[in-house]
Design a protein around this ligand. Structure first.
Ligand code: CDT
Length: 311
């Protein structure tokens, strides 16, 4: 029996600092309606999808910082998205800044959830790999301060059986790290969802060279092929508050082939009919982990954080 899913990525164009949640949610619902008209069953939205990418600024006022966070999900302004999706019978992945009360204190995470086609949250993931810096870097016109505003995720890389397959999540910078995919692949992941905000600013002391789009694509295609999984990646794109963000939202097959890709840097839906079983060929041959992997030789991967040159 074939196991197909009609999958979509809802790329979002820029969100202004002053845009309220309701305005953003209206755009998201419009993308959901388009997804429905194309027969999509599951839609992947970007990282921090309800606000502008605020880690580009040095913010000191606690009230202002908290204004970018969600103390509850759904909350009064985000609930219409859940209601629209469940009315349309569509599941979704979405990223947001999470304000949590945990271990007797307030904690902040860069979080994503999977919501099923009945509007129920079935899984939560908190971003593990936080890029950038904890404080401002001199000479930058736009900062990248995720280490200032978030703690590293503490939920690992779980997967869930939902939407007819085994589905996992990661967020933006996670997609560049092979460990991200491998931990999910070892639990049988058939689809990895990823939302991202990737600045494309090069002059001065920024983190990227001119190959930002290529490295994004390379990471997704390698991750999909080496782990025999589908990857659905949705960007926040375009010139947002003076910072250029790549688009290139894409759906990548377990073969490593790109089967759908955005062509704009605005709100744009891409979709593809995906066979969850497509990875089986690779899982039974070249990437039959149980037959070919040699974990006894990989100890340093978990024992050592950074390189130590001993020779
Ligand atoms: N949001 C996010 O993780 N963006 C990073 C840019 C890092 S530049 C300091 C990315 O890997 O795309």
């Amino acid at each position: 029996m074939s196991r197909f899913i009609n999958l979509a990525c809802a790329q979002m164009g820029p969100i202004a600092r002053d845009d309220d949640r309701s305005t953003v949610v209206r755009r998201q619902i419009e993308l959901l309606r388009e997804a429905k008209s194309r027969g999509a069953e599951f839609v992947v939205f970007p990282e921090l999808a309800f606000t502008t990418f605020f880690p580009r600024w040095v913010l000191d006022d606690p009230a202002e910082i908290d204004s970018f966070f969600e103390p509850e999900m759904p909350g009064p302004e985000t609930r219409p998205l859940f209601e629209a999706a469940s009315d349309l019978g569509i599941g979704f992945y979405i990223g947001y800044a999470e304000l949590a009360q945990e271990d007797g204190r307030t904690r902040r995470f860069n979080t994503a959830i999977i919501v099923d086609a009945r509007g129920r949250i079935v899984g939560k993931y908190r971003k593990v790999h936080l890029p950038g810096h904890a404080g401002p870097v001199e000479g930058r016109t736009s900062q990248h301060l995720e280490k200032r505003y978030f703690e590293p995720g503490n939920l690992g890389f779980p997967v869930w059986r939902t939407m007819g397959g085994v589905v996992g999540m990661c967020i933006c910078n996670d997609r560049r790290w092979p460990e991200t995919y491998r931990v999910m692949a070892l639990q049988g992941a058939e689809l990895v969802c990823v939302g991202y905000n990737t600045p494309d600013d090069h002059t001065g002391v920024f983190d990227f060279d001119q190959l930002t789009g290529f490295h994004h694509q390379l990471s997704l295609q390698a991750g999909a092929y080496q782990n025999a999984t589908w990857i659905a990646a949705a960007a926040k794109a375009g010139c947002e508050e003076g910072s250029n963000m790549i688009g290139l939202s894409m759906i990548v097959a377990p073969s490593g082939q790109i089967v759908a890709m955005a062509s704009t840097t605005g709100d744009e839906l891409i979709s593809a009919k995906c066979d969850f079983d497509m990875g089986t060929l690779y899982k039974r041959t070249i990437f039959d982990f149980a037959r070919h992997r040699e974990p006894s030789q990989y100890g340093l991967i978990v024992e050592r954080k950074g390189p130590v040159v001993e020779v």
